[in-house]
Design a protein around this ligand. Structure first.
Ligand code: UDP
Length: 402
């Protein structure tokens, strides 16, 4: 099948951990590589955010990335990209008129908008994955939500007009149904994890005698790193390592990093909190393996790849019971669910795990088994392809195979 992925702000080439680069970038990159391994032809369209980027790049995974000129060729926060989606759409239209894909898979709402406008005149089906929903963001962030006012209404429209919505977890399905979208046109396909990179065996970052809790993610308030910091008050023997954000040398200029460090000082735990800044993808497994427990305490989380990465490394996870974490982490089997924004519950769960090495091992083994059985990118690519098969007319497929 000839597949066009559209991911307007999240490029497979981006460094992960900065404000707008995280799980969606991983998803688009790994899914594209998985579909390419399965014999499909995949092109990813993403906005050019650096003038030095070439028009096209062939990635090591064998798929193509096309840089779409839309807006200034520099970083623009994703919440300011909507005015450039007309230009993005015109580029897609001209590409697809010349070389029609069998299916378009749009990632995030603005990609959905551009994809539907460009694909519908050509009668190309569009599968939509939202990755995050405006209604959820508004609920949790209120006045701090910087999304364009049009987002929520447009997401409903995109959901109605897409051929199918591929949600990443069951909680997202509930949200979409609450938005009035028909369950019959949704499938659930989770994100996956790179099982060659994230393994229980392999080097672990050196550490001292203290217990270590690790948290990884973009340094944005909703990731709830402050919940993990507050939990340290009643875990005197534990150090907390937080990875993500800008590179270490630039943490002093990062408002969220400074806020977290101030908070740690106020609580008297600053000597046990270390912010590493952004870490290269290749170094994430060693950091996770160095942890006794990985803590993921977001206020809300559309999917959350980090808990899967921790599970794949054989490390137990204490996870807020929100969004995708309620599907991926199995309470009492691969980790512990805690209510969101509850440092006391996080501390109790971590304390229980630290006091019982056998329990940590059991959760770790179960987590790595679960990651291997359910979340390989090859499996996710196969499941995603089944969604495409439901929307691509059989005639189009038999023409190619015949
Ligand atoms: N990540 C990384 N380096 C960092 C911080 C994060 O490689 O310094 C990776 C992390 O390992 C994971 C992704 O970025 O693969 C974050 O994805 P997740 O779904 O957990 O969160 P999102 O950023 O999408 O909210």
């Amino acid at each position: 099948m000839k597949i066009s992925m559209v991911s307007e702000h999240a490029s497979p080439l981006a460094a992960l951990g900065e404000v707008d680069a995280g799980g969606q970038n991983v998803h688009v990159a790994e899914l594209s590589a998985g579909l390419t391994r399965a014999g499909h032809e995949v092109t990813v369209y993403t906005r050019r955010d650096d003038e030095k980027q070439p028009d096209e790049v062939t990635m090591p995974g064998g798929y193509r990335v096309v840089h779409v000129p839309a807006g200034p060729p520099r970083y623009v926060p994703k919440d300011e990209l909507l005015p450039h989606m007309g230009e993005f759409t015109r580029f897609l239209s001209s590409h697809w008129e010349a070389d029609r894909p069998d299916v378009v898979h749009a990632h995030f709402w603005m990609s959905g908008l551009a994809s539907l406008m460009a694909a519908r005149p050509l009668d190309v089906p569009v599968v939509q994955t939202f990755h995050a929903l405006g209604v959820v963001k508004r609920r949790h962030q209120g006045a701090h939500d910087t999304s364009p006012a049009e987002r929520i209404g447009l997401e409903r429209l995109i959901g109605r007009h897409a051929s199918r919505v591929a949600a990443t977890c069951s909680d997202e399905v509930f949200e979409l149904v609450r938005m009035g979208l028909p369950r019959s046109r949704m499938s659930v396909v989770p994100c996956g994890v790179d099982l060659e990179r994230f393994t229980p065996q392999g080097p672990a970052e050196p550490r001292d005698h203290r217990y270590r809790v690790v948290s990884v993610g973009r340094l944005v308030p909703r990731k709830g790193f402050d919940v993990a910091i507050a939990a340290l008050r009643s875990l005197p023997e534990v150090e907390l390592v937080i990875a993500g954000g800008p590179q270490e040398g630039r943490l002093a200029e990062d408002p969220e990093a400074q806020r977290l460090l101030r908070f740690a000082s106020e609580l008297g735990v600053a000597d046990r909190v270390r912010l590493t800044g952004q870490i290269a993808r290749a170094d994430v497994p060693a950091l996770l393996r160095s942890a006794d427990v990985v803590v993921c305490t977001p206020w809300y989380e559309p999917f959350g790849i980090v808990p899967l990465e921790a599970m794949a490394c054989g490390v137990p996870v204490v996870a807020a019971a929100v969004g995708g974490l309620t599907d991926s982490v199995v309470d009492g089997v691969t980790g512990v669910h805690v209510p969101p924004r509850r440092p006391d519950a996080v501390a109790a769960a971590v304390r229980k795990l630290l006091s019982d090495a056998a329990l940590r091992d059991a959760y770790g083994i179960a987590g790595s088994d679960r990651a291997r059985c359910r979340y390989s990118w090859d499996r996710i690519a196969t499941d995603t392809f089944r969604v495409y098969e439901r929307v691509v007319p059989a005639a189009a497929l038999s023409e190619e195979t015949g």
